[in-house]
Design a protein around this ligand. Structure first.
Ligand code: DAK
Length: 257
């Protein structure tokens, strides 16, 4: 199995398990990742997803170059499409997805991290879109998502030069939310996941959905969608529980209903 899933209460840790290839993504691994994300999307007991790479060297060192090197244009198109579907499945997951970047996040690896809601990095993480150094442009959303996460001029510089950046620079440009010593990274990621998982799951999902919708469709459509999400929340038990708990000065107990 190239993808493992470990549950810790409401949190699912998804790990790409190809450490001998620095977790580079070939077609079988991409398919397995897609299947896992589709399955987790339908599991209402999962409130937060963590995505990481096996070993201590890489998150994902990109698309598998040995597989890509042999592709015809038609095969390259199918490969790009598969990568897009994986990134879309991550972005469309109802639960927040946190990328736990424990090493190289290059090319397709950086693009997978960009599809996640939040990126946490170890002090050993290295990011980059080196595709142009291999004779190709980014093919799994990097040209679209990177300029939406970091300032556009910086995104363009990284996309055109293929320059690798270290965790500290990634933090400075807003590519990652936080940087931790490697030994602490996973604990801090679980800590953040638990903090999110303690909130009303449907409210968190609606917040994600509205944020993604507005990013895709613009401010006016996003605000209209936000109003609908807000009104929908008032059909939930968790809304009543959250507000009554506040008024009764007690901790809420959210059931995701
Ligand atoms: N693919 C395949 N194997 C990889 C790999 C990769 N991306 N990255 C590393 N490996 C393999 C290495 O070949 C090596 O295998 P063996 O030689 O042991 O068999 C093993 O992992 C350990 O790597 P190294 O020996 O190279 O380790 P180092 O510490 O010396 O270097 C490194 C680590 C991460 C700096 C280096 O491995 C490296 O530069 N890797 C390539 C990183 C990279 O360029 N990634 C971006 C790939 S391009 C598209 C679709 C998709 C994409 C674009 C377009 N369309 C269809 C339009 C996506 C593109 C990419 O992701």
């Amino acid at each position: 199995m190239t993808i493992s899933v470990v549950r810790q209460e409401a949190i699912a840790l998804v790990t790409v398990e190809r450490p001998e290839r620095l977790n580079a993504l070939d077609t079988p691994t991409l398919r397995a990742l897609l299947e896992v994300f589709h399955k987790l999307a339908n599991d209402t007991s999962v409130r937060v997803l963590l995505l990481t790479g096996a070993g201590d060297r890489a998150f994902i060192a990109g698309a598998d170059i040995s597989e890509m090197a042999k592709k015809s244009p038609a095969e390259a198109l199918a490969f790009a499409h598969l990568g897009h579907r994986v990134c879309q499945a991550i972005e469309d997951a109802p639960q927040p997805v946190i990328a736990v970047v424990n090493g190289y996040a290059l090319g397709g690896g950086c693009e997978i991290a960009l599809a996640c809601d939040i990126r946490l990095a170890s002090d050993r993480a290295v990011f980059g879109q080196p595709e142009v150094t291999l004779g190709i442009p980014p093919g799994w959303g990097g040209t679209q998502r990177l300029p939406r996460v970091v300032p556009p001029g910086i995104a363009r510089e990284l996309l055109y030069t293929g320059r690798r950046i270290l965790a500290e620079e990634a933090l400075r440009i807003g590519l990652v939310n936080a940087v931790y010593p490697a030994a602490e990274l996973m604990d801090r990621a679980f800590e953040l996941a638990r903090q999110i998982a303690a909130n009303a799951p449907l409210a968190v999902q609606l917040a994600k959905s509205a944020t993604c919708f507005g990013t895709k469709h613009g401010l006016e459509a996003g605000l209209a969608y936000e109003r609908q999400c807000f009104a929908f929340a008032f059909t939930t038990e968790d809304q009543r529980e959250g507000m009554h708990a506040f008024l009764e000065k007690r901790q809420p107990h959210f059931r995701g209903q």
